[in-house]
Design a protein around this ligand. Structure first.
Ligand code: ZN
Length: 389
């Protein structure tokens, strides 16, 4: 079996430098055994609970006209939050928000103030309890919700570390003057990631063997309004960020008719070369015959365009999974669930689940790749987070 590059570098350097070959092999044997990605048979089997049918059943509701495109804020977004919380409850996750499965925050619409000049454009702005009302704020404040549920790890040495599995459950809502369909259903963006988060929760929580590390499943609000929910979490983490070893964010894994090619069996990770996060997922892909790779053009630009960046900016190795990027219905009312490739989405979701298990069961953690193009701000943030910067 292939071992991860992290292990190769660490153990050849530490164990083998200057040592006689036989001694080196002796030292390496246990190290390699520890580095192999592992998941128990029952954990892998539990991933088969995620099927094309189960994903379609959930996504046809999340992306239905009834939810009105899940704008932030809107009654449809609220209904989606309640639905996701219910899935977390059924899965048996621990409610770890300030209000059960909800991590709530208080917001108000207020004009943008830039360089002392107030524009007429209104924007969502946080208005925390007990702080001054933002200047020019309109109407009453309201609550927005990240939906959070914890699957507690079982390894005494690993369980106080956390892996985030996330997606944004908001989309663009309803926009007037777009005939004949004014509802932006956001089935692929990011209904696909949203249902994958709670389906992964259901599968992993159903396995007899819990993961070694703890896994926090989270659906965030306000991505389309400027990564509001993920940024709120980054500023108010439920578990310390220095104990958060990785964030697996899932965006647009439903459509395979993307980027002008057939992306069936393909899975990209943004910022692929920036950290060793990808390694266990490439291994997981081999198990399910999914090619997990770096997209030549989009890997780096898209790294900064989704919720992962809120955590990466603070040093946590955080990346986003996508099957493809652009398609004709991207950010248009026609992003409908009927266009999702559900069989492919099921295998993709299982692949992500297996990679998460590999991370959760390993005593290795993802690290930023020193020297990788564009890694400096994240590496610096990591050092600050871990007290070395
Ligand atoms: Zn999105």
């Amino acid at each position: 079996m292939k071992i991860s590059p992290v292990c190769e570098i660490r153990h050849t350097r530490l164990a083998c430098f200057g040592a006689a070959l036989s001694l080196c092999l002796l030292l390496l044997a246990p190290a390699i055994a520890r580095c192999q990605p592992t998941a128990t048979e029952d954990q892998v089997a539990a991933l088969n609970l995620i099927t094309a049918e189960s994903l379609q059943a959930h996504l046809s509701y999340i992306a239905s006209d009834e939810l009105g495109g899940r704008g932030t804020p809107s009654p449809g977004l609220e209904a989606a939050a309640i639905y996701i919380a219910e899935q977390f409850r059924k899965a048996g996750l621990e409610p770890v928000g300030n209000d059960g499965y909800f991590q709530t925050s208080r917001w108000v619409m207020a004009p943008v103030v830039r360089e002392g000049r107030t524009s007429t454009r209104l924007r969502l702005q946080p208005w925390e309890e007990g702080t001054e009302r933002p200047e020019g704020a309109q109407g009453e404040p309201f609550l927005l919700k990240n939906v959070v549920g914890l699957l507690r790890g079982s390894d005494p040495e690993l369980r106080d570390s956390y892996i985030l599995v996330t997606a944004h459950y908001d989309h663009l809502g309803i926009r007037s003057g777009v005939a004949p369909d004014s509802i932006y259903n956001g089935a692929n963006d990011d209904g696909s990631g949203t249902v994958t988060v709670f389906e992964l929760a259901r599968a992993l929580a159903s396995a007899e063997t819990p993961p070694g590390r703890s896994i926090l499943f989270m659906a965030v609000f306000g991505e389309e309004s400027g990564l509001l929910g993920s940024r709120h979490y980054a500023q108010h983490p439920i578990f310390p960020l220095r104990q958060t070893i990785a964030m697996a964010n899932i965006e647009m894994i439903g459509r395979t008719d993307t980027d002008g090619v057939d992306n069936t069996g393909n899975l990209n990770i943004t910022g692929f070369n920036l950290s060793t996060f990808s390694v266990p997922f490439v291994e997981a892909g081999k198990h399910f015959d999914i090619a997990v790779f770096r997209h030549a053009q989009n890997s780096l630009p898209y790294f900064r365009r989704s919720d992962n960046i809120a955590l990466a900016t603070l040093g946590v190795p955080a990346h986003t999974f996508s099957v493809g990027y652009s398609h004709d219905d991207y950010h248009r009312p026609d992003d409908h669930w009927e266009k999702i490739n559900f069989p492919n989405m099921a295998v993709t979701a299982r692949t992500i689940g297996l990679g998460v298990l590999y991370l959760a069961n390993s005593d290795e953690v993802p690290v930023w790749n020193e020297g990788a193009e564009g890694v400096e701000p994240y590496l610096e943030a990591w050092k600050t987070l871990h007290g070395g910067g």
